[in-house]
Design a protein around this ligand. Structure first.
Ligand code: TYD
Length: 204
């Protein structure tokens, strides 16, 4: 599937600081003259944002959580991501399918094959052009999480949950080093953003 626009995703454990960098990526691309759509998962559409509320705040079984993530993703692709890419816009998403492998497989322990089956169904081979993975050691992430606003259902998980999420992200980055670029998010915001700009230049 070749589309004129490009799809960039940002990933990392809660507290890695990825949300800080979404706006920087979008502004950088706009300065290059691109039309840019900023979005997030779960969410990105009216239905997806309703599902996000449930996912972040209602108790549910792990498989329900996985299926709702992909239900939101299907709607996001159909309604927003694919039409935008088809008209040549660039789409920047705060999280996408790598988060399902990290959180639902790594964190919750659901078999990777289950996630791969949903990925095939929903995405039919579609994947981001570039994924920025913001990585920090567990203690730094935990410190950043604890100073953030009220914790959602994921942010209330124990430290060991986030260790598994981080390990799953890093394993994915090792298996797809071309697409998934790991950034050391312990560095200053300026240093991280200089590195982001370098990676975007390769893509643009
Ligand atoms: P997050 O992106 O951290 O938003 P905020 O910065 O507003 O807290 O929150 C989304 C949560 O959803 C995050 O804890 C990870 C989780 N998530 C999954 O577990 N699986 C997924 O596939 C996606 C997209 C997100």
């Amino acid at each position: 599937m070749s589309l004129p626009g490009k799809f960039i995703t940002l990933e990392g454990v809660d507290g890695a600081g990825k949300s800080t960098h979404v706006g920087f990526v979008a502004d950088w691309l706009r300065r290059q003259g691109r039309e840019v759509i900023v979005t997030r998962e779960p969410g990105g559409t009216a239905l997806g944002e309703t599902l996000r509320e449930l996912l972040l705040h209602r108790e549910m079984a792990a498989d329900t959580e996985l299926l709702l993530m992909f239900a939101a993703r299907q709607q996001h692709l159909a309604e927003l991501i694919l039409p935008a890419l088809a008209r040549g816009a660039w789409v920047v998403s705060d999280r996408f399918t790598d988060a399902s492998y990290a959180y639902q497989c790594g964190g919750r322990g659901i078999a990777a094959e289950r996630i791969a089956a949903l990925e095939d169904w929903v995405q039919r081979g579609f994947a981001p052009d570039l994924t920025l993975l913001f990585d920090v050691p567990p203690d730094v992430a935990e410190q950043r999480r604890s100073s953030a606003r009220a914790a959602d259902r994921f942010e209330q998980e124990a430290g060991s949950f986030f260790d598994r999420v981080r390990d799953a992200y890093l394993a994915r980055a090792r298996s797809e080093p071309q697409r998934i670029r790991v950034l050391d998010a312990r560095h200053t915001i300026d240093a991280v953003q200089a590195e982001i700009a370098r990676l975007l230049l390769d893509l643009a």
